[in-house]
Design a protein around this ligand. Structure first.
Ligand SMILES: [Zn+2]
Length: 257
């Protein structure tokens, strides 16, 4: 079973569904920790590049490390959909303090909104992945970049090392230059930004990016509170059968209470 897909940047290719042999990738804990799982799955199921979109892979095969996060995730969703169909069932804990019930949710992955890479963003990406904006409070110009697969691999370590300074670490990771500021003073300047500027910057990162919207609303059937959750990607995403078993077990357990 194969299908032709066009990713948000215009990258187009032929994918196939996952085979049993990909089990090896899914089960590899070392690979999961290193963040290489997604790359290996994409490499295994991407059969042919038909249009490289904004990327230059030369005459080599596709390099997922160079691909934008939005494209990678989109391709991954399509591979998952081709393999098991578009329905995705998962459960999250209700975030209402007084409730904490398990919320069982099911959605159609094909209905998640997808944002294409705009012409303007494509041009900035081709121009060395440099995006320009101006901070409203500091009044300075800032250049930042969109995240690629290679960056994605570095995120777990960045998060771990950042401790309680995750925001400034993330900003420093993405901001390549600040107007009139030496590279060595960048981190300090970013720590001195007003929260409003930081918030603005994070919005700018999102505004120019492409990809699949993974923030969804779920409603707790117990207390009826509605909450935003980020689509969870645990093992059940690639092995929905295991999720089914876990849900069945949870249902049995709660009916015995
Ligand atoms: Zn609830």
């Amino acid at each position: 079973m194969s299908d032709t897909i066009t990713c948000p940047s215009g990258l187009t290719g032929r994918i196939r569904g996952m085979k049993v042999r990909e089990e090896r990738i899914l089960a590899d804990r070392k690979l999961a920790r290193a963040g290489g799982q997604v790359d290996q799955l994409l490499a295994a199921c991407w059969e042919e590049t038909l249009d490289a979109g904004p990327y230059d892979f030369g005459d080599k095969e596709i390099d997922w490390g160079k691909a934008l996060q939005g494209d990678r995730f989109f391709a991954l969703l399509q591979i998952r959909t081709l393999t098991y169909g578009p329905e995705y069932a998962f459960s999250v804990n209700c975030n209402n303090e007084g409730c904490r019930e398990r919320i069982e949710w099911e959605l159609d992955l094909g209905e998640l909104p997808v944002r294409a890479l705009s012409e303007e963003s494509r041009a900035a990406f081709l121009d060395g992945n440099r995006f320009e904006t101006r901070l409203p409070d500091a009044g300075k110009k800032v250049w930042f970049r969109l995240l690629t697969g290679a960056d994605e691999q570095k995120l777990p370590r960045l998060r771990k090392g950042a401790g309680d300074r995750l925001l400034s670490a993330m900003l420093a990771f993405r901001v390549v230059e600040v107007e009139g500021v030496e590279a060595r003073d960048k981190r300090r300047l970013l720590e001195d930004l007003s929260m409003r500027d930081a918030d603005f910057l994070v919005d700018e990162f999102d505004r120019v990016d492409c990809g699949v919207e993974t923030s969804i609303e779920v409603e707790c059937s117990e207390c009826l509170s509605v909450q935003d959750v980020d689509l969870p990607f645990d093992r059940t995403f690639f092995m929905p059968g295991k999720g089914r078993t876990a849900r069945r077990r949870a249902r049995t357990a709660s009916s015995l209470e």
